[in-house]
Design a protein around this ligand. Structure first.
Ligand code: GDP
Ligand code: CO
Length: 397
């Protein structure tokens, strides 16, 4: 793959946020050209070997809830062969058992493709038992099952990836119409992660565009309402500390992202739609140097690198009703508002924004986000004792 070098980077304590990089060539060829040894060159060639090395150790978590089976199969077919797909489903199991249909689809496909896979239901007794045996009970509800929600499915997925000994995790939604874009996302993950000289790294994808039908034709929208506003306020949060205005954050709501396992285990998570914005807020809280926790010192010494990369493929996913845009804005801004880093000036700005959009009333405050602590507190050795991947797919330890 060939990627543009980031034009600039913004430092926030130990976090290095790189500006957006473009994909120049999805396939960069077998060998780099002579010209790449020139230090003034603006394109980085990432050798195929390096990509494959990372993909061997990369689990792709696919959260899914009642999506079309064709789309799920398309996503699997877009994944580079060496990545391990981990499907975390919260689909219906009553009346029509959609989860069973998903298991059959995934099993059939992977049997033909000779591809390793794992599939688990988020609300199954087996998933609950794993989480409980590791002592991470905050993820369980009053019935003792893993809570509902995409974020909760993602956290359960990270746990499985770690139990499988993977070194990296990536996230791809199940409702993607173009297998080719899934392929590009994963190649961006491996290319992005390969750039990091620190074991603590994150790659976030900025979609090239999201096609919509407008009037007679297609319109390729670049920014959604939610990402526009959450990027703006995340940038404001950074500039409150650096005293320089910035526009470095461009992926405040990126669902498609990947992390090194070291970083995935170190971070805290928030529930619901805020999880993506919270990634940024949490990186700044934990590694920004404003308040240092002893357990974060090793990561801070090595640095935490964040890469934002723009895909070439447009992103076309299943159209769901648009009603949750307000809810997404509310939850995304709430994590910024309730962060200990949020200054009074920024709080006033966030309140103004939420009131202007009629999301909260005059004397109301944004809701307090539900958070999950770092997976470092999970006892993986204990969970491993009851973990048998062969009951949930064909992957072996
Ligand atoms: P959007 O693309 O941000 O509008 O959100 P979607 O509704 O498409 O959700 C993103 C992905 O998460 C899709 O693959 C959904 O099927 C999946 N998803 C949504 N809710 C849940 C959930 O409760 N658990 C799991 N495991 N996946 C979910
Ligand atoms: Co979607």
């Amino acid at each position: 793959m060939r990627l543009e070098l980031p034009k600039y980077s913004e430092r926030f304590g130990a976090v290095l946020l790189h500006d957006l990089q473009k994909v120049y060539e999805m396939d960069g060829g077998f060998q780099p050209d002579e010209v790449f040894s020139n230090p003034f060159h603006v394109i980085r060639h990432i050798e195929a070997d390096k990509l494959f090395q990372i993909e061997k150790d990369l689990a792709i978590i696919i959260p899914t809830k009642n999506e079309r089976l064709r789309l799920l199969e398309g996503v699997l077919c877009g994944l580079p062969h060496d990545c391990l797909p981990i499907v975390l489903s919260n689909s219906d199991t009553e009346a029509i058992d959609r989860f069973r249909l998903e298991c059959q689809t995934v099993e059939n496909y992977c049997c033909y493709a000779k591809k390793k896979y794992l599939i688990m239901h988020q609300r199954s007794k087996e998933m609950a038992a794993l989480v409980k045996s590791g002592g991470y009970t905050q993820l369980l509800d009053e019935r003792g099952l893993v809570r509902n929600g995409k974020a909760e499915g993602m956290i359960a997925g990270i746990m499985l990836a770690r139990l499988m000994g993977k070194k990296y995790v990536g996230f791809v939604d199940a409702d993607n119409y173009f297998p080719g874009s899934v392929f590009e996302y994963v190649r961006i993950f491996s290319a992005g992660l390969s750039q990091s000289t620190s074991p603590y790294a994150m790659v976030r994808i900025q979609w090239h565009s999201k096609p919509k039908i407008e009037g007679e034709g297609l319109f390729f929208a670049k920014w959604g309402r939610v990402s526009r506003i959450s990027n703006l306020l995340l940038n404001r949060l950074i500039s409150q500390y650096t005293a320089f205005e910035t526009d470095v954050v461009k992926t405040g709501n990126a669902g498609e992202h990947a992390m090194s396992m070291e970083l995935a285990l170190q971070m805290d998570y928030s529930a619901g739609f805020s999880i993506e914005t919270h990634h940024f807020v949490n990186l700044m809280e934990r590694f920004g140097g404003v308040k240092v926790l002893p357990e974060d010192i090793p990561a801070m010494q090595q640095g935490v690198y964040l890469y934002q990369i723009e895909s070439r493929n447009p992103h076309l996913h299943d159209a769901k009703e648009d009603g949750h845009v307000e809810e997404m804005i509310h939850q995304s801004l709430a994590v910024i508002f309730h962060s200990p880093l949020c200054t009074e000036v920024l709080k006033t700005e966030i309140l103004g924004e939420l009131r202007r959009l009629h999301i909260i009333k005059k004397h109301e405050l944004p809701q307090i986000p539900v958070k999950y602590g770092s997976l470092q507190s999970l006892d993986f050795a204990k969970a491993a004792k009851i973990w048998d991947p062969e009951k949930h797919g064909n992957a072996k330890l």
